[in-house]
Design a protein around this ligand. Structure first.
Ligand SMILES: [Zn+2]
Ligand SMILES: [Zn+2]
Ligand SMILES: [Zn+2]
Ligand SMILES: [Zn+2]
Ligand SMILES: [Zn+2]
Ligand SMILES: [Zn+2]
Ligand SMILES: [Zn+2]
Length: 476
């Protein structure tokens, strides 16, 4: 019976949702206290009429899903004065009657239902109104409202991805959809970055299983091969080594110090004579550059010279004879002897920067001799830091002379930051170029030192041999 009624009302509803159905101008409207009600709460519907002709009685029939709502109360608005018949909750029907013609326009019926069962769908509550006058229908119409019942406590199902930022879960009871942000895990590297290519890291949502990928920047960890000499150094110009990353092809270079010349021994190109200078040269075996050295004139060599004039403290003397080397009859100067002073007295103290003086009397000639006392130079104490160095700027320190108070500023080098691979501080195997340079330098220095010793010895030997030769010839 109710089903047939519902079907009938349903058909009417198709129209009533859009516009109130009216017969003879009767219009039925219904409002609800809320379109959404939480499980356990009440919702009140108010049915009101307009355009109704005067009538003596009116009825109402209510249809609602009884598995979702429970009846709380239902009453006609004009109930007070009515010769009335109650609302029958077993049939969800009721009527009201008056002795005289009554105006039913305005609020007609108020129904309160309690929401009992949450659900995902909108639930229709439908009201059918019929007005009578002395047995005839003078108007009828219906209207309905849709109400949704939410849970008090949702029973959510599992999460599912909504978009790149959010996931959702739906209440299995009321269909409520909750949207929240993904909760990403720590992520795992799905492709390691190299110096050539970026890598990737994948994060997974611990709730819905969605994933996102982030790029890992290229690394600075190159796989360099061995250093190779790409430009050989010369005696005077720098060379260059380079090495290439096997992965990305990046090339790194470093300077190789100039080797310095590799001179052979000196060769005499012009012998020194008694009065004429000699000359020696040596040639770089690599680049052919020549270095020239002058040999001092030997001076005449007398065997038994005759002193013509004795030297004094300040004046040179003179001697004459026949040179054993060149046979020339000539004179030589005898150097002045210099004053002979036993005791000097300081007449002016030396300071840090100015020379002093000391004076003495020559025991030979009686002249006063004045000697310089060299300036002592400053005696600086420990430096005091004025501005400490940082990793980005040099610092400053000051030293003060403990004698004269002179100060000098010094720069404190910047602090070392861990610099990665500047060409010269990483020296892998096979890089002996700079060592070679150092060795060459050393060799050259040692060579020079040796020459300083050997050359005079050689000269002496030559002189000795010549002298012996002349002596031998004379004796014959
Ligand atoms: Zn729910
Ligand atoms: Zn998620
Ligand atoms: Zn690389
Ligand atoms: Zn050279
Ligand atoms: Zn001579
Ligand atoms: Zn003197
Ligand atoms: Zn000083």
């Amino acid at each position: 019976m109710k089903k047939i009624l519902s079907l009938f009302i349903g058909l009417i509803l198709i129209f009533s949702v859009a516009m109130p159905v009216s017969a003879a101008g009767l219009s039925v409207k219904v409002t609800a206290s809320s379109a959404t009600v939480t499980e356990g709460q009440n919702v009140t519907f108010t049915v009101s009429l307009s355009g109704a002709a005067k009538a003596t009685s009116g009825s109402i029939a209510v249809t609602y899903p009884e598995d979702a709502f429970g009846f709380v109360s239902g009453s006609f608005s004009k109930e007070k004065d009515a010769a009335m018949k109650k609302f029958d909750t077993s049939k969800n029907k009721g009527s009201i009657a008056f002795d005289t013609d009554t105006d039913f326009n305005g609020s007609y019926f108020v129904l309160t239902l309690k929401a009992t069962t949450p659900g995902a769908d909108m639930l229709d509550v439908t009201f059918e109104v019929i007005l009578h006058k002395t047995g005839d229908d003078v108007g009828s119409g219906s209207a309905s409202r849709s109400v949704k019942i939410d849970c008090k406590t949702h029973a959510y199902g599992s999460y599912s991805k909504k978009d790149s930022s959010n996931h959702t879960r739906t209440c299995t009871k009321c269909g409520h959809v909750e949207t929240t942000a993904h909760s990403w895990n720590g992520g795992s590297v799905t492709k390691a970055a190299t110096c050539k290519e970026t890598g990737s890291k994948t994060y997974t949502c611990t709730k819905c299983g969605a994933s996102k990928t982030e790029t890992i920047a290229k690394t600075n960890d190159h796989s360099f091969g061995a250093w190779e000499r790409t430009k050989a150094p010369t005696c005077t110009t720098k060379g260059q080594d380079s090495r290439t990353c096997k992965v990305c092809g990046k090339v790194e270079t470093r300077d190789v110090a100039a080797t310095g010349h590799s001179f052979g021994g000196f060769t005499t190109v012009k012998e020194a004579s008694c009065e004429g200078k000699g000359e020696q040269t040596r040639t770089c075996m690599i680049c052919g550059v020549k270095e020239t050295k002058e040999l001092a004139a030997l001076g005449h060599s007398f065997q038994n010279p005759t002193v013509i004039k004795q030297p004094t403290c300040t004046e040179p003397g003179e001697e004459s004879g026949k040179c054993t080397r060149c046979g020339k009859e000539t004179t030589n100067k005898i150097p002045a002897t210099g004053h002979k002073v036993d005791v000097y007295a300081v007449t002016k103290d030396a300071t840090c920067t100015e020379a002093g003086e000391e004076t003495g009397t020559c025991t030979v000639c009686g002249d006063t001799d004045v000697r310089e006392i060299p300036a002592k130079g400053h005696t600086y104490g420990e430096p005091v830091v004025v501005t400490p160095a940082t990793e980005t700027s040099v610092g400053k320190q000051t030293k003060t002379c403990t004698v004269c108070g002179d100060t000098v500023d010094e720069e404190i080098p910047m602090l070392d930051t861990a610099i990665t691979s500047t060409p010269d501080d990483s020296q892998p195997e096979g890089s002996d170029s700079s060592d070679t340079t150092v060795d060459a330098d050393k060799n050259e220095k040692t060579g020079k030192a040796l020459l300083k010793v050997i050359l005079p010895l050689a000269a002496l030997a030559v002189i000795g041999v010549c002298a012996a030769f002349f002596v031998i010839r004379r004796k014959r």
